[in-house]
Design a protein around this ligand. Sequence first.
Ligand code: MN
Length: 139
Amino acid sequence: MKPTILIVEDDPQNRKLLSELLAIKGYPVLEAVDGSQGVDLAFEHRPGLILMDIQLPKMDGFEALRILKNDMRTREIPIWVLTASAMRDDAARSRFCGCDEYITKPLDLPDLLSRIQRLFGPAAEEQDGAARSDVEVPQ
Ligand code: MN
């Protein structure tokens, strides 16, 4: 089973696009429509990665980041902020709040996918049936 990815995004079209793309690639996906639900789902499921929008209802992405990065249960989970490139101050503030990567919208989906594959490494990526017998793993 590949690692679960939590998408925290209030825009239904963006959320659906990401969710479908990741599901096609075999990742179990969780979806949150606001920051508060994102934090709740992160505590409950401890996903392998969180993709976090910044402009969100109820609780914005900065606050959600701050909460998750200050809690023992979730501080190790990589959180990648996704936000519009026009919002220049978001990058610095996201770093300050503890985000691990900062990705600008509109999303470059092939690039995002390859970053995700690099994050989880070949072991996680090939658990869906690809043959590994020809791979020599150095001890
Ligand atoms: Mn938004």
